[in-house]
Ligand binder design. Structure first.
Ligand code: FAD
Length: 410
């Protein structure tokens, strides 16, 4: 099944597979056990041209699309979830937002990071603003030609290893008037006041750190503020459009993990014998494998469809509903498939010497990060029924008042 991929895309996928199987796979267990960020993997991905793939040619990249990135991410994640995530964040997310909405100077500045091996970090989540991201309290106040940023983010992927950071903050002018939520381009070890806090001891994907990122009078030049096309007031929506690419990327890591877990289980059931025959002959297990294979194929279809879609006004990013459907379905599928993969191994699957348990731990996060399964269902339902359902109590009051006005007018 080639999914309508071109010869170039199939060639790219084959090249990614070769690197994943010949080099990345060999380091996967050690990366997990030591919880160390693999700079060897970064170098291998960079040398293969798999970081910064979506950077346009005029900024030094190959100018490929999200689908091409997806093909590479899937191959990496099949053998190593952490390598898959590096491939996501060096091609999507923060870098996509900057390349879409940045000034020429910002684009030129940012493009150099993934192309030289950096995995940019996107800083949105705060201890009191998770799913309710727009309730963030990090503040950026204009002072002359700078913004002074204060606040704290947590669970930031790549904290302490990423250099380029895109930091979201409530923005205020010199007089203290709130302008909306803006993105600020900052660089670890260069931007004064950016500090990395404690690392989270995460369940899975241990080869990539999640940390606090703290801003203590962080000084960002005003020309390093990302102004989205709708302006600051409504701009968070634009910036979050860029996140739709990241969602497709995250779904692809989950897909790769499920495929890896499935193939491992398939090999095992063919070889393992009980009751005098390979366990693959038991129909109960065959049905498990059938469901696993079907879930994987359905996910791949949703992901490729989302990666090919153009959902925003400028046609820069995947359709939000398609991206949400791809991530929702694939993340839940991956939790189930990796868990079934472990089950098919019996006790061996429960051992830390078997990759089956790593797949389970690595897959678990995708129903949480980058929009929880619950929030994605809300987004999808909103798209389907054409109502942006308010989540705050205040929002419901406003909605009820608007409905009452409409009834009165009729
Ligand atoms: C491994 C990992 C990596 C991450 N990387 C990053 C990163 O790089 N950058 C970044 O900014 N953030 C990152 N995050 C944070 C992530 O985006 C948030 O965890 C996520 O948005 C959910 O926020 P929360 O954890 O505060 O959960 P909460 O928002 O507190 O949610 C708790 C529970 O309530 C449910 N819930 C909340 N509101 C509603 C509602 N209105 N309707 C129905 N259910 C609801 C949620 O679905 C969840 O089940 C990462 C998280 C993880 C686990």
């Amino acid at each position: 099944m080639t999914y309508g991929l071109t010869a170039e895309q199939l060639g790219l996928k084959a090249r990614a597979r070769e690197l994943a199987q010949s080099e990345i796979k060999a380091r996967a267990r050690e990366v997990d056990a030591t919880e160390a960020y693999s700079w060897e993997n970064v170098a291998a991905l960079k040398d293969a041209g798999f970081l910064g793939m979506t950077i346009p040619k005029e900024f030094g990249g190959p100018g490929l699309g999200f689908l091409e990135a997806v093909l590479v991410i899937e191959e990496m994640a099949q053998v190593c979830g952490a390598a898959g995530r590096i491939s996501v964040e060096a091609n999507m997310g923060a870098i996509s937002a900057i390349m879409a909405y940045g000034t020429e100077e910002q684009k030129k500045f940012a493009a150099a990071f993934p192309l030289s091996g950096d995995k940019p970090a996107i800083c949105i989540t705060e201890p009191e603003a998770g799913s309710a991201a727009t309730e963030m309290t990090t503040r950026a106040v204009r002072r002359g030609d700078k913004y002074i940023v204060n606040g704290a983010k947590h669970w930031i992927t790549g904290g302490g290893v990423s250099r380029l950071h895109l930091v979201f903050a409530r923005t205020f002018d010199e007089a203290g008037n709130e302008q909306g939520i803006g993105g600020f381009i900052a660089v670890r070890d260069e931007t004064p006041g950016l500090r990395i806090g404690k690392r989270e001891p995460a369940m899975g994907l241990r080869g990539i750190p999640e940390t606090e990122v703290l801003f203590e009078d962080m000084e960002v030049p005003a020309d390093m503020m990302l102004t989205p096309p709708s302006g600051l007031r409504r701009g968070f929506g634009d910036l979050i459009d860029a996140y739709n690419s990241q969602r497709v990327g995250a779904a692809t890591v989950a897909l790769g993990l499920a495929q890896g877990a499935y193939e491992l289980a398939l090999d095992f059931v063919r070889e393992r014998e009980q009751f005098g025959r390979p366990i693959a002959e038991f129909q109960g297990l065959q049905w498990m494998l059938a469901d696993m294979a079907t879930g994987i194929e359905a996910s791949r279809g949703l992901i490729y469809r989302a990666a090919r879609s153009k959902g925003d006004r400028a046609g820069l990013f995947p359709d939000p509903v398609m991206a949400a459907q791809a991530k929702l379905f694939t993340s839940e599928m991956a939790v189930k498939v990796t868990n079934d993969g472990l089950q098919l191994h019996g006790a061996r699957g429960y051992s830390r010497n078997c990759d089956a348990e790593r797949y389970v731990r690595d897959a678990r996060m995708f129903t949480i990060a980058g929009g929880t399964a619950q929030m994605l269902r809300t987004l999808i339902a909103g798209g389907e029924i054409g109502i942006k359902t308010p989540q705050t109590r205040d929002g419901y009051v406003k909605l009820a008042a608007a409905a009452a006005r409409q009834v009165a007018a009729e």
